[in-house]
Ligand binder design. Sequence first.
Ligand code: GRF
Length: 226
Amino acid sequence: MKTDPTADAPQRPIVVLVSGRGSNLQALLTAASDEHWDRELQACIAAVISNQPRAGAIDVAREHGVAVHVVDHRSFSSRDEFEQQLAVTIDLHQPVLIVLAGFMRVLSAQFVHRYVGRLINIHPSLLPSFPGLNTHRRALEAGVRVHGATVHFVSKEVDSGAIIAQAVVAVDPDDTEATLAARVLQQEHRLLPRAVRHVLAGRVQCAGTRAVLRDIAPGELSLLSV
Ligand code: GRF
């Protein structure tokens, strides 16, 4: 009888930080439940940490039997104290990768430095355009013809850092903020699991302000949907 040599290999932990409904977390969990993902990467989502006690993402994590921690920023008197507790909670799991999937707190340079190269974020715009909030409204106001989403390594400046992957979405003349957001979100759900997979496989490395790719087919990390 053939046995799978990777079957009992230790799983490399990933920690996901969330604040909201958790649709990107769901996309990651779906990808991670695939046996090819498991065989190739030997990684699992070990824990989800939310700074919002009522985030929908908490239910998503529990439905999948993933450990949940709530580190509510409002329970701390300073950002420093909040981040210390966040770091203690992350470090419980010794993650190889920390994914910000709709995590809505700005992180200090000191915190980012602690996890540099293994902290990634998904942002709903084609960075470096539209960092910050209300990206879909601002894209419509600016009259851009294409918009999208970016997965990037986190650096000390907000929504900057080496770009790993981008998904482009065409803007329709009759788009509203809601319709555009919905189409971008669909692409986020394709983009984030891919980016995570390639980072975990060691095919993407953070080299300062740019990410270096190795053995990745053209188009893998640049999704176009028109
Ligand atoms: C996503 O659009 C993400 O890019 C942004 O916040 C949203 C989170 O959505 N940072 P969800 O919680 O993953 O559904």
